[in-house]
Design a protein around this ligand. Sequence first.
Ligand SMILES: [Zn+2]
Length: 124
Amino acid sequence: MTRLSGACHCGSVRFELDHVPGSLTECNCSICRRYGALWAYYDRKTARINCSPGAVTSYSWGDRQLEFYFCNRCGCVTHYESVEKEPESRIAVNTRMLAAADVAGIEVKHFDGAVTWKYQDKPA
Ligand SMILES: [Zn+2]
């Protein structure tokens, strides 16, 4: 059951999410802060990326364990996932592709991907 849907700016890449995320993650690592992404994590079964095979390009860096995907037409960063696409592995969706109203009010957690690799937020 699709609860949320999103798309890149030009609409070439669309995704469907089965549930509203419990929290969003802003990360300060070298790639996430450049992208300005706001991530939500999903099991592969509960998030579907829909686009033609040639619509996206992936970018990997460092140890090349992750692939960041962006639209070839409008350049929006839509999601990232592990290089090995195991059925149980998660996918991170850039919730900036959703309508602002759909994610308004969801808690934003701050992940220190730059240094400590931990969330910086104090427990509620
Ligand atoms: Zn696009």
